[in-house]
Design a protein around this ligand. Structure first.
Ligand SMILES: *Cc1c(COP(=O)(O)O)cnc(C)c1O
Length: 428
C-alpha cells in the first residue's frame, strides 16, 4: 500500500520555489503533516516545538479552536465577495477593532492582502497626500538594516546592503538612508544618535514625503532593538519639518514586543501605520494600512479624488472573520502577562549563550529572543541540528532567533533555548 501521508518531496524539489533559495539546488525542506498548539508534526512523524510562529504570525499556536470556528462559520456564509461596491460584517467588525486598538488618531483603514502590499499602500498614501496638497514630493527616508517587504516600493526602503538593491538598482527608486540607530533599547540615551537623521532631513526635507521605519524592533533586517527616544526624536523631526511618519508594525504589532504596538514604547502616533503578519493569528494572508482623517481627507479632496489602489481580494471576508476572532482572543486574554513572562524566561534560558565564545550578543524584548553569532551559520546544517533536537528554528546569517507563540509552555521554551545553546556552542 502506498502511504498517502508521505509527501512527494521530489516534485516539491523539482517544481516549487521556496523563499530565498535556489530553484535548482534548494536548501532542504521538511514536510509538515499537521500542527497543533506549539508543535509541528512532520510527515516523518517527528514532532518539533515551534520557535518561529510561522514568521511572527501565530499568536496562539496552531489549530486554534476559536479561529477554526470563525473560518468555518464564515465559509458557510461566503468565502469572498469583491469589496468594490460591496461590504460585509467581517470587514466592518475588523475596521472597528483596528481603529479601537491602534493609536488614537488612526481612523481610516485600508485592507489589503499582505504586508508588502500594506507598505506599498502606505508609500502611495504619502505620495498622494503631497500631490493632493499641490506640493508633490518623491523621496522617502528610512534607517539602515530595515526590512519592509519584497515588492518594489517596499524593497526601495529596505536596507540597501541586502542582495536586493544590488540586483534591482536600475529599476528601484533611490531613497535616503540614515544609519541604524546605535543606542540600543536598554542603553542610556544620547541625543547624538539622531544627528545623521537630522542632517539628512535638514538637507532634503522639501522633497521628502515620509520617514518610514519599523518602530523599536528591526526584524528581518537584523533583529535589532533600538532606543524609544530615537523614535520619539524622529516623530519630533517629522513635526518640525512637516513630514509624514509611517510606522511599519507588520512584525511588531499585536503584542509581540510586550506592547500592543511598538510605537507605544515611545508614546508616539504615526501618520500611517502598516500591520499584517499576526493579524489573522497565522491563518491566512491579510494586512492593513491605517491613517488619519486628515490624510484621508486631503487625498480625497485632491485632484484625483480617490486613492489609487484596490486589490482583488481586498477585505476578504474569510480572512477578516479569522482576524476578528484572533483579535478578540488576544484582547480577552492576558496577553501582556504572557508575553512578559516569556520575556523573563527567554532572558533566563538564553543567558548561558552569553558565555559562549561563538556568540556576539544575546538580546530579548517581549516574546522575541535573539542570539547573534560571530559568524554566519550554514542554514541546512544548522536546520538539521535543530530538527534533531526536536525544535523548529530557522536562522539567517549570524542570527539565531525565536519568537514563539504566546501560549508556549515553560518547558517547551526551555527546550528551544537549550537547542540554541547546543547549536551555538558547535559553531565556529
Ligand atoms: C514581513 C514584513 C513585511 C512584509 O510582509 P509580507 O506579508 O511578507 O509581504 C513588511 N514589513 C515588515 C516589518 C515585515 O516584518
Amino acid at each position: 500500500m502506498t502511504s498517502i501521508t508521505s509527501l512527494d518531496h521530489q516534485f516539491d524539489k523539482n517544481h516549487l520555489w521556496h523563499p530565498y533559495t535556489s530553484m535548482t539546488n534548494p536548501l532542504p525542506c521538511y514536510g509538515v503533516k499537521s500542527a497543533d498548539k506549539c508543535v509541528l508534526t512532520l510527515d516523518s512523524g517527528e514532532q518539533l516545538i515551534d520557535g518561529m510562529s510561522s514568521w511572527w504570525a501565530c499568536l496562539f499556536g496552531y489549530n486554534v479552536e476559536e479561529l477554526n470556528t470563525a473560518a468555518k462559520d464564515q465559509l458557510d456564509k461566503m468565502a469572498h465577495v469583491m469589496f468594490g461596491g460591496l461590504t460585509h460584517q467581517p470587514a466592518i467588525d475588523l475596521g472597528k477593532k483596528l481603529v479601537e486598538i491602534t493609536p488614537d488618531n488612526l481612523e481610516k483603514v485600508f485592507l489589503s492582502d499582505s504586508g508588502s502590499v500594506a507598505v506599498e499602500v502606505s508609500l502611495k498614501m504619502a505620495l498622494q497626500y503631497w500631490h493632493a496638497k499641490g506640493t508633490p514630493k518623491s523621496q522617502f527616508v528610512t534607517i539602515r538594516n530595515g526590512y519592509h517587504g519584497d515588492t518594489f516600493g517596499a524593497m526601495s526602503v529596505t536596507d540597501p546592503e541586502g542582495a536586493m538593491h544590488e540586483l534591482y538598482h536600475r529599476f528601484l527608486p533611490k531613497q535616503l538612508f540614515a544609519p541604524q540607530p546605535t543606542i540600543k533599547f536598554d542603553e542610556v540615551w544620547d541625543e547624538s544618535d539622531l544627528d545623521e537623521m537630522t542632517k539628512i532631513i535638514e538637507a532634503n526635507h522639501t522633497n521628502i514625503a515620509a520617514i518610514i521605519l519599523e518602530p523599536i524592533v528591526q526584524g528581518a533586517g537584523g533583529m535589532y532593538f533600538y532606543h524609544p527616544e530615537y523614535l520619539k526624536g524622529v516623530r519630533l523631526l517629522c513635526d518640525k519639518y512637516d513630514l509624514l511618519l509611517i510606522a511599519d508594525e507588520i512584525a511588531t504589532g499585536f503584542g509581540r514586543t510586550g506592547k500592543l504596538f511598538a510605537c507605544e514604547f515611545a508614546g508616539i502616533t504615526p501618520d500611517i501605520m502598516c500591520i499584517g503578519k499576526a493579524i489573522t493569528g497565522g491563518y491566512m494572508s491579510l494586512a492593513a494600512t491605517l491613517t488619519t482623517t486628515h490624510i484621508a481627507q486631503t487625498i480625497s479632496d485632491g485632484k484625483a479624488g480617490v486613492f489609487m489602489h484596490g486589490p482583488t481580494f481586498m477585505g476578504n471576508p474569510l480572512a477578516c472573520a479569522v482576524a476578528n476572532a484572533n483579535i478578540d482572543k488576544l484582547i480577552s486574554f492576558d496577553w501582556q502577562k504572557n508575553v512578559l513572562n516569556i520575556e523573563k524566561q527567554l532572558i533566563e534560558f538564553l543567558a548561558p549563550c552569553k558565555t559562549l565564545t561563538t556568540v556576539k550578543s544575546v538580546r530579548v524584548l517581549g516574546a522575541i529572543g535573539v542570539v547573534e553569532l560571530n559568524n554566519a551559520v550554514e542554514v541546512a546544517k544548522v536546520q538539521k541540528q535543530f530538527v534533531d533536537l526536536g525544535v523548529w528554528i530557522r536562522p539567517f546569517g549570524k542570527l539565531v532567533y525565536i519568537m514563539p507563540p504566546y501560549v508556549i509552555e515553560e518547558a517547551q521554551l526551555k527546550q528551544l533555548c537549550d537547542a540554541i545553546f547546543q547549536v551555538a556552542k558547535n559553531q565556529s
